[in-house]
Design a protein around this ligand. Structure first.
Ligand code: ADP
Length: 264
């Protein structure tokens, strides 16, 4: 629990720092961009090839603006917009982009639960999370392998909930399993820390898992990771179930077998 708190505080600090920088950088870029478009308009009158350089500078500035938007999304200055989400449908719709991400040597399998509950979650952010996990899985399987995405309805019981400091109740699980390298206990302990990466300079940012972690926590969900060296890794994301107009049912341990019963 203390570890989770430390983690959350670290994320908060990184978020504030990144958000602050991204925000200021964005403002500076808009100054650069308006200067460049003024310059372009002046140049349009003559026919010097300086225009080429100005256009290149404008492209660069536009790319920088896109980058800061991603940083802002990461730092959560952009609020989540949770909605009713059918995770099965999302996974199905993502299969094309996932196949492209994974390449030809990795087999993609989906195991989608029938009668899956709706989740209450930001669809774009969940998509990003799944892509992040798929990229990590791909990187852990340089020689090929398989990636399995599974969905399920889950009751997290009171004992488990107290232990993990979450709300007991009903969740929609999305699990991503790879048959890759797995992690040593050492790597596993640090995997969620912002900027921790084993992928080397220019390859990993070390922000993937901390981003996923932050999003899941902020959504009122829960995340669990299992990894065995040389066998593979599973990341399970638990997303809060969307209820109708009624209050969420709280499932007590003893009631778990009796469907529909509620302790509230
Ligand atoms: P990055 O992918 O940029 O390194 P992440 O935060 O996503 O950043 O991951 C941190 C580290 O955790 C990775 O560098 C890798 O060592 C380890 N890791 C993450 N996912 C997996 C996986 N599926 N299999 C093996 N190792 C993983």
């Amino acid at each position: 629990a203390e570890e989770a708190l430390r983690q959350a505080q670290k994320m908060e600090a990184v978020g504030q720092l990144t958000g602050g920088i991204a925000h200021d950088f964005n403002n500076l870029m808009s100054v650069v961009l308006s200067g460049l478009s003024l310059l372009e308009r002046r140049l349009a009158k003559g026919d010097s090839d300086v225009g080429k350089y100005v256009a290149a500078a404008r492209d660069g500035a536009n790319r920088a603006v896109k980058l800061t938007q991603r940083l802002l999304a990461f730092s959560r200055r952009q609020p989540l917009s949770p909605q009713a989400l059918d995770a099965n449908q999302m996974v199905s719709e993502m299969s094309e982009i996932l196949r492209r991400t994974l390449g030809e040597t990795i087999h993609l399998e989906t195991v989608l639960a029938g009668g899956l509950w709706k989740a209450h979650v930001d669809a774009n952010q969940l998509e990003n999370a799944v892509i992040n996990l798929a990229v990590n899985a791909r990187d852990a399987m340089p020689g090929g392998g398989s990636l399995t995405i599974e969905t399920a309805n889950c009751h997290l019981d009171d004992v488990y909930a107290v232990e993990h400091e979450i709300r007991a109740g009903q969740y929609v699980m999305v699990a991503v399993t790879d048959s890759g390298s797995g992690m040593t206990p050492d790597v596993m302990a640090k995997a969620f820390e912002p900027f921790f990466t084993t992928k080397g300079v220019g390859k990993g940012t070390g922000l993937g898992l901390s981003q996923v972690f932050g999003f899941v926590k902020q959504s009122g969900g829960h995340l669990k990771i299992y990894s065995e060296l040389n066998h593979g890794t599973t990341v399970k994301i638990y997303l809060p179930r969307l209820y109708g107009a009624s209050k969420p049912a709280r499932i007590a341990v003893d009631d778990m077998a009796a469907s529909g019963s509620s302790s509230e």
